[in-house]
Write a protein that binds this ligand. Structure first.
Ligand SMILES: O=C1O[C@H](COP(=O)(O)O)[C@@H](O)[C@H](O)[C@H]1O
Length: 266
């Protein structure tokens, strides 16, 4: 059973990124207080990267023990290791390279100079996720193929894609695998690697961070209950929490009944 979406609307992208950052810091500290180690799944994209910069700029950044955080990614562009368009490179520049992280806990997708194709890199990531799940050996794990994801962050494209799961393509239809190799993505580069929707839905909390009027149609459709093959963002739900963190421009096509929901987050 996954959690119904809650929506939090912010005045603009800068405050949105700051809000995502402050929630992330708080959540990681809370999880570390409970369990010692926390796990976050990062996203690429505009707000995802801006939020990581905002984490670094936050006065509370150092309240997290960054050496005890596992970092995974929801998706990656299948490019050479240092390519500036790789989500991991952008996350490193924005935050990870500035922190005392444990390199053994930073789990990047393989690159095009390591693997012959995106399918081999996807199989490698699935195997590493399985290893991490086996090492945790959690009773009652959400999915025995995956480690526990405390927070999984997503951006949303104007076409409603999440991670590298695009409308109507094979990736969003994939069942029975945790990771998928993607060909022919409509947004460059065409070759990508992505967690599947079932992996995304195994996370304890899924946060979708979205800004801009070009995303308003996607946000409106996703929250009005569209199907996930046509509108992948509609299927992104966490087990305990599904949180849409959006700005006012991205909110302009929200169904009215959702804007004033009593349970909407402030
Ligand atoms: O290509 C990608 O796009 C989405 C959304 O990016 P945005 O810049 O429109 O916010 C992102 O979530 C995904 O990780 C990335 O690979």
């Amino acid at each position: 059973m996954n959690a119904e979406p809650k929506i939090s609307i912010h005045p603009g992208p800068t405050l949105l990124a700051a809000s995502v950052a402050s929630r992330l810091i708080t959540r990681l500290v809370d999880v570390q207080n409970e369990r010692g180690t926390a796990t976050v799944v990062l996203t690429g994209g505009s707000i995802g990267t801006a939020a990581l910069k905002a984490v670094w700029e936050s006065p509370t950044c150092r309240t997290v023990d960054w050496s005890q955080v596992h970092f995974w990614w929801g998706d990656e562009r299948f490019l050479p290791a240092g390519h500036p368009d790789r989500n991991a490179v952008q996350a490193r520049e924005a935050l990870l390279d500035r922190l005392a992280v444990d390199p053994a806990k930073v789990h990047e997708f393989g690159s095009s100079d390591q693997f012959p194709d995106q399918y081999a890199a996807a199989a490698d990531y699935a195997a590493r996720l399985q290893e991490a799940a086996d090492a945790e050996a959690l009773d009652g794990a959400a999915d025995p193929r995956l480690p526990r994801f405390d927070v999984l962050m997503l951006g949303v494209g104007p076409d409603a894609h999440i991670a590298s799961l695009f409308p109507e393509l094979a990736g969003i239809r994939t069942k029975g695998s945790t990771v998928v190799g993607v060909a022919d993505a409509p947004k460059p580069p065409p070759e990508r690697i992505s967690l599947t929707l079932e992996s995304i839905r195994s996370a304890e909390e899924v946060w979708l961070a979205v800004a801009g009027e070009d995303k308003a149609g996607a946000v409106g459709l996703a929250l009005a209950g569209a199907g996930s093959v046509q509108v992948p963002a509609a299927g992104a739900r966490g087990r305990n929490k599904t949180l849409w963190l959006i700005d006012q421009e991205a909110a302009v096509q929200l169904p009215g009944r959702l804007i004033n929901r009593e349970d909407a987050e402030q």
